[in-house]
Design a binder for this molecule. Structure first.
Ligand code: NDP
Ligand code: OXD
Length: 315
């Protein structure tokens, strides 16, 4: 009997031996092939594991049963106008991804408190730059926009080292110790309380451009910003202007409208901005394979899959 085919497009063709090695152990009944393998019959493909498939390609796989996103945000997949909407699109929601995101956000918040950008510049210049960071976690409120799988994990970790955490989401949330602010009506109050605002929202039409001047104006004077959501959510010129004016004391950005961020972009050199290369939360391939293998087995038993993209909600 021929094995069902899983096509993979994540990490490039060079990553295929590693994907295949892990699948061979955890899902030996699958034939795991590279996305552009011309010898694969499209009608044999039942599963795909993808990051940014070319628009139109998924719609040409007539027997496709499940689309697995290789990241937590599946906007690069859902934006395909020809996406087969009847096929479940599953987000990568592993505990390890949330752990990594919690660690990144905690690192970003501590970096802002401790002046990590200033320290890095001083070291690069071999300059002894003595200064005394004033604030500690215990007198800092972190406001998390998007209190989902990632935001919830970040909240717990930040609380663990003494930050006060509040959250803003579309619907009310009950995360222990975290005051929940809801929708547009409560956004102003949420921003006015936050010393550090962290964006962990999905990319949707509502969140597009949300981190722009009107929101920044509503933040505390001298507050800081962390964006780990999506580049489409920020207006980088507004953020740089707010850093220049002192409205923002610092920022950490992991995501950009154009990725990779071009070398000539002014964001790289800004003295109050830490730039990272969309690396906040990347679980190892072994963990992603374990997640996909488990869900394929569940699907084959006829079970409903968790963490699926909701086309009406847009995330
Ligand atoms: P979830 O779907 O679990 O959580 C999304 C949260 O955002 C929910 O709390 C939701 O509220 C809230 N939300 C959505 N739309 C709005 C809105 N219009 N107004 C207010 N709140 C809103 O997603 P995850 O936590 O798994 O991931 C969040 C995003 O983080 C991803 O979509 C991705 O863009 C980004 N990400 C980035 C990574 C990186 O490496 N930089 C890695 C992983 C994720 P409610 O629950 O009430 O609907
Ligand atoms: C993402 C991810 O969604 O890396 O950005 O998982």
């Amino acid at each position: 009997m021929t094995k069902p085919v899983l096509l993979v497009k994540s990490g490039g063709e060079a990553a295929m031996p590693e994907w295949q090695r892990h699948f061979a152990i955890l899902a030996p009944d699958l034939d795991v092939r590279w996305w552009d393998d011309a010898t694969v019959d499209p009608a044999a493909v039942r599963y795909v594991l993808v990051w940014d498939p070319e628009p139109g390609r998924l719609g040409r796989l007539p027997k496709l049963e499940v689309i697995f996103g290789s990241g937590a945000g599946v906007d690069f997949i859902a934006s395909d106008p020809d996406l087969p909407r009847h096929v479940p699109l599953v987000r990568m929601a592993t505990p390890g991804a949330a752990q990594r995101m919690g660690e990144y956000v905690t690192w970003a918040a501590l970096s802002l408190l401790k002046g990590a950008r200033r320290i890095g510049m001083a070291q690069a210049a071999r300059r002894w730059d003595y200064f005394e960071p004033e604030q500690t976690a215990t007198d800092t409120t972190v406001g998390i926009m998007g209190l989902g799988h990632m935001g919830g994990a970040a909240a717990r970790m930040l609380q663990g080292i003494g930050f006060t955490v509040i959250g803003w989401s579309r619907t009310p949330k009950e995360v222990p110790g975290v005051r929940s602010f809801v929708a547009a009506a409560e956004r102003g109050a949420f921003l006015a309380m936050s010393d550090i605002v962290v964006c962990l929202l999905p990319a949707t039409p509502e969140t597009r451009g949300i981190l722009s001047k009107p929101l920044l104006d509503g933040m505390k004077d001298g507050a800081a910003l962390v964006n780990v959501g999506r580049g489409s959510q920020q207006r980088i010129e507004d953020i740089l202007a707010a850093l220049d004016s002192g409205k923002l004391s610092g920022a950490v950005l992991d995501v950009f409208e154009q990725e990779p961020l071009p070398p000539e972009h002014p964001a790289w050199a800004h003295p109050k901005l830490l730039v990272t290369s969309h690396l906040a939360s990347l679980p190892p391939r072994s963990e992603r394979v374990a997640y996909v293998a488990k869900l394929i087995a569940a699907h084959e038993r006829g079970e409903k899959l968790p963490n699926t993209y909701d086309h009406d909600r847009g995330y």
